[in-house]
Design a protein around this ligand. Structure first.
Ligand code: CP
Ligand code: NVA
Length: 306
């Protein structure tokens, strides 16, 4: 039994196979509908934090494949409070075939994998967002028709989305650069592993403390919120520190005019990205949102058929 928690738990070949499967399932869906390969299967969606894309794309994706999904919000199950994570994981595994969890603590996500007897999918933790990164690879591939040799520049907070994106790029031979303020870099433990993986796949990883160096020669410019869920108490400080890292028309001038702009959403317009850029001709943010559904269908099919 496999889990989908951290992209570095999977090999680069497996990530490519997941992308191939996602492209196949997307094409099948566009040509009239998916085969009900997950008929009778039930997915539980645990949410400790709010969500639009993750919740809807998983639930609808499961329906497309003939299965069903049920949503368990924070007030329903009291994740980590009403009973132990171990007990919750063991009990829930008796009812459903697969569990997706969006939780605060990555350690609790890992604890779930120790006790669950069905696959666990990470729908975002404080350190990772692998479903987003897989969907992002799909979006970049669709736009450029290839991945290897491209350059993705992430600008802003070195958060969960940035970490998974760096791993996804490293798996795919995509050069990755990040421009983030001092103290807001992707954690070193994650970056060390990303560096090794990128080198194995012939790609580079660079870190800068200014946004312009990061976006030079970039094929993709990517940003995310400056204040992730759970960091609300740091809002004022983060907004002040990250201001020079806003993805705006001026920053785009430092990159090729052919670069696409990505954002995992929800966007905080006027903070990490301007309206002009989010709604501009280089933006592919809603393709990313749609591709969550296609990428996650591939993950579900893979986990439930292995
Ligand atoms: N990108 C993303 O995960 O969106 P939600 O928080 O709305 O699920
Ligand atoms: N970094 C953001 C991503 C939201 C999808 C957060 O964790 O809130």
């Amino acid at each position: 039994m496999r889990h989908f928690i951290d992209l570095t738990d999977w090999s680069s070949i497996e990530i490519r196979q997941l992308l191939d499967l996602a492209r196949h399932l997307k094409q099948e869906w566009q040509s009239g509908g998916n085969k009900p390969v997950l008929e009778g299967k039930v997915l539980a969606l645990i949410f400790q934090k709010p969500s639009l894309r993750t919740r809807v794309s998983f639930e609808v994706g499961m329906q497309h494949l003939g299965g069903s999904a049920l949503v368990l919000g924070p007030d329903e199950i009291g994740f980590g409070k009403r009973e132990t994570v171990a007990d919750l994981s063991r009990a829930l595994s008796r009812y459903v075939h697969v569990i997706m969890a969006r939780v605060f603590s990555h350690a609790q996500m890992l604890e779930m994998t120790q006790y669950a007897t069905v696959p666990i999918i990470n729908g975002l933790s404080d350190t990772q967002h692998p479903c987003q990164a897989l969907a992002d690879l799909l979006t970049i591939y669709e736009y450029y028709g290839r991945l290897e040799g491209l350059k993705v520049a992430y600008v802003g907070d070195g958060n969960n989305v940035a970490a998974s994106l760096a791993q996804a790029c490293a798996h795919s031979g995509v050069n990755f650069a990040i421009g983030s303020p001092p103290g807001y870099e992707i954690p070193e433990t994650i970056m060390d592993k990303v560096g090794d993986l990128a080198a194995q796949n012939g790609a580079t990883v660079e870190g800068f403390n200014n946004p312009r160096s990061a976006v030079a020669d970039a094929d993709v410019i990517y940003t995310d919120t400056w204040v992730s869920m759970g960091q609300e108490a740091e809002t004022a400080r983060r907004i002040q520190v990250m201001q020079p890292f806003q993805v705006n028309a001026d920053l785009l001038k430092a990159a090729p005019s052919t670069a696409v702009v990505m954002h995992c959403l929800p966007a905080h317009r006027g903070q990490e990205i301007t309206d002009e850029v989010a709604d501009g001709p280089q933006s592919v943010i809603f393709d990313q949102a749609e591709n969550r559904m296609h990428a996650q269908k591939a993950v579900l099919v893979k986990l439930l058929s292995s």
